[in-house]
Ligand binder design. Sequence first.
Ligand SMILES: C[S@@+](CC[C@H](N)C(=O)[O-])C[C@H]1O[C@@H](n2cnc3c(N)ncnc32)[C@H](O)[C@@H]1O
Length: 422
Amino acid sequence: MPRTSAQKNARPIRSTARKSRRPNGPTGPAAEYEIEALSGLEAVAQEELGTVPGARDIRAGRFWFPGDPGRLTRLKGSVAVYRIKTFDVPRPKALLGHQQLGDLAAFLRPVIAYGGHQSFRLSAAGRESATMRRLAEELETSLGIPHHPEEGELLIRLRPTENPNRIPEPPDPAQEKREEWRTAPDDARKGRRTAQGRFPRRGEVQETWEGEEAPEEEVPAPEPRFETGWDVLARLTPRPLSARAWRVCNMAGGMNATIAYAVFKLAGLRDSDRIFNPMSGSGTLLIERDLMGPSMALVGVDTDSDAVACAQRNIEAAKRTIEVAQVDALNTGLPPRSFDLIVADLPWGDAITVRGGNEALYTGFLKEMHRLCSRQGRMVVLTHELRLFERLIAEQDRWHAHELFQVYSGGHHPKAYLLNRV
Ligand SMILES: C[S@@+](CC[C@H](N)C(=O)[O-])C[C@H]1O[C@@H](n2cnc3c(N)ncnc32)[C@H](O)[C@@H]1O
């Protein structure tokens, strides 16, 4: 199946030995953090953050939190959580100064002590630049862990501070020229001009406020003071939060677990729900739902024996008891109105196994799920086949449907729909 990008979040589980190295951390007085959510699921992630006791001054995903950051690493709707600090520097190069470098290392060390990261990597515009290379070298020395540009466990992100009052500092063309020359690879020094190695421009505004003479009566109010700065974000955990510890088996098409969390948050959690997950794949929806609270019944089916075995391995790793069977979702033989909530991540692309392709499968699915759904029941469908699904919904009269969210995950843009029986 094509959704291989979701696999990125399924990495090997960390050894318990590393967990035991976590007694010290950025605990004590409040520290500033930021959560990261999949695009399209920010509101769900922020709502969950709002329920964390002690989290305060929440502005978008950024907030202050006192005490044990372990509470933050239990967030289910966020892909990652970072410690964040704004450095009062006009450009990353200034982080190489003695004082700033010391502050940067002091900021990062407690994160490493907490997460047990064994290596680090930098993520920033121009991360191949000479400045970034030097910063990596300096950090290797001061942090005592190696720099692995691709696989480094401590993800350190650098970005200009987002401050609505901030006026980007106009680039100094002379300085830029010098820096470009110093950092450019050899072929550029030999006369071939290249932008490689140069840190990107931070604003294109200088021509609008330099060299223009305003008429006397239109003299503008004094410009506000420049507010510049760079945020440094350090991911608390070596792996993304969405790479769940229970995932010991992955399969192409495995869903990012934060999407499963959002599906159930928006569909509603009821202890009395009898829940059916046709086309359950590696079991993401089943396991995430079971971890969110009790339900009256929770059953998954899939036609693929490998998928069923994969789901069973994950369920065992999650220490849950959930029934998954190798059964065709369109021919379960179950009595009508067996379920109150049906959640389905429909196959798409090459995964279609039904004669007649997507259209036949989706049509049969809508009909059979209507039979299996209780009168007051509801269904959430996640699909990439947006046009087909919306056309089929428009052509039938069994279900009312509305869009719940569209998520951007690893280059794919599936939508989730909530359906109620007519
Ligand atoms: C998109 S994947 C589901 C992925 C799943 N959400 C996960 O996280 O691993 C779709 C699944 O539907 C299954 N499938 C396709 N047709 C089916 C059918 N008629 N009945 C049951 N399962 C089916 C495929 O074998 C595949 O595992």
